[in-house]
Design a protein around this ligand. Structure first.
Ligand SMILES: Nc1ncnc2c1ncn2[C@@H]1O[C@H](COP(=O)(O)OP(=O)(O)O)[C@@H](O)[C@H]1O
Ligand SMILES: [Mg+2]
Length: 335
């Protein structure tokens, strides 16, 4: 007789169409019970359109009734809130002192690095003042959803992406939000997106230290903050903002990333510090957090971002940044 874990294992073959992930990975399987030759399965209907529910139900039925010694599979749906189904190991907020330093780019590269290591990864583009993540990944599909719960959109490499930009009628619609609305929208994001089971969720915060990040912290159990800066930035100003924000959230700075650190010129085999000498070590000392990476100015990277192909960027600096982050979090877990 198939036991509950066999049944659960078999359900990994049933995908939620919009996300390309299984109903097990999306945490939609709420209960399995077997008695005699009957299996009873309770699924959450969260974010699923009625026709998707029917489709999933019949797939589950086929698969489970094909298991050894199972005669009947009874499948029921139950209501559940997205936030009650989300099971995320690490939520990492990415911040910067000001706009334009590469915060979205670093958020994306972190997600890409973690995904390449085999983790289940999501990105929440919470910078609703300049949502740019979908463009870098070449995404424009509207998220599907039902009854106020929405599903993220998968990228080419299977990173789950949610951004206000994906919800707007056209990509170029300007978003002019007033403070309270920003806070509410982010809070709603926090509660209504069904991420399911993720190892890492990277959150691209609005620049600076408005109230929005704090609202976000109230709806998300954040693990910590990563600070992005460039050699041009005033160290004291960023440190003050970052440390202030982390303190208000009662979280720590997990690491710092210097972007546009240098330009490598192959003809002369030299690194040119275009924006001035590196501030990496200084920033790491001042925030008491490790320097996770010093990213070069790379015209290829800029081009891939414009083309929506950031996932094709395959420099070892990205892999090392991802490994450094995983190390920081695993040593934090041991404390
Ligand atoms: N290291 C880099 N090399 C090349 N271009 C970069 C780099 N960092 C950022 N850029 C360019 O700058 C633009 C703005 O970066 P972005 O991450 O959107 O900034 P922010 O989110 O901080 O406002 C990107 O679209 C990209 O074209
Ligand atoms: Mg940005």
């Amino acid at each position: 007789m198939a036991n509950d874990s066999h049944v659960r294992e078999s359900l990994k073959a049933v995908l939620v169409p919009a996300t390309k992930r299984s109903i097990v990975d999306m945490n939609l399987v709420r209960d399995i019970s077997t008695s005699n030759n009957t299996v009873k399965i309770t699924l959450a209907s969260t974010a699923l359109m009625p026709e998707t529910r029917d489709l999933i139900k019949s797939k589950v039925q086929d698969i489970v009734e094909a298991l050894p010694d199972v005669h009947t599979a009874n499948i029921e749906y139950t209501d559940a809130k997205a936030k009650d189904l989300n099971n995320i190991d690490h939520i990492i907020a990415v911040m910067s002192g000001k706009g334009g330093v590469g915060k979205s780019l670093v958020s994306s590269l972190l997600a890409i690095a973690l995904r390449r290591q085999g983790y289940e990864v999501g990105i929440l583009d919470a910078d609703i003042t300049g949502p740019s993540i979908p463009k870098m990944f070449g995404l424009s599909a509207r998220p599907s959803g039902h009854d106020s719960a929405i599903l993220p959109v998968p990228s080419k490499s299977g990173i789950e992406v949610m951004s206000i930009n994906l919800l707007l009628p056209t990509e170029d619609d300007a978003v002019i939000w007033r403070g309270p609305l920003i806070g509410n929208t982010i809070k709603q994001f926090g509660e209504d997106v069904l991420w399911g089971r993720l190892h890492y969720l990277i959150v691209d915060l609005p620049p600076g230290t408005a109230d929005a990040p704090l609202t976000l912290m109230q709806s998300f159990p954040i693990s910590g903050v990563i600070v992005v800066f460039t050699p041009q930035d005033l160290v004291e100003m960023i440190v003050r903002k970052a440390v202030n924000m982390a303190r208000k959230m009662e979280k720590r700075v997990l690491g710092v990333v210097e972007n546009m650190s240098y330009l490598y010129v192959p003809e002369i085999d030299k690194r040119m510090e275009i924006f001035g000498p590196s501030r990496g070590e200084e920033m790491a000392r001042a925030t008491n957090a490790p320097l996770l990476a010093q990213l070069p100015i790379d015209p290829l990277l800029a081009r891939l971002c414009d083309e929506g192909n950031i996932e094709s960027y395959d420099d070892e600096v990205v892999a090392r940044m991802g490994e450094a982050l995983v190390n920081v979090l695993s040593s934090a877990d041991k404390l």
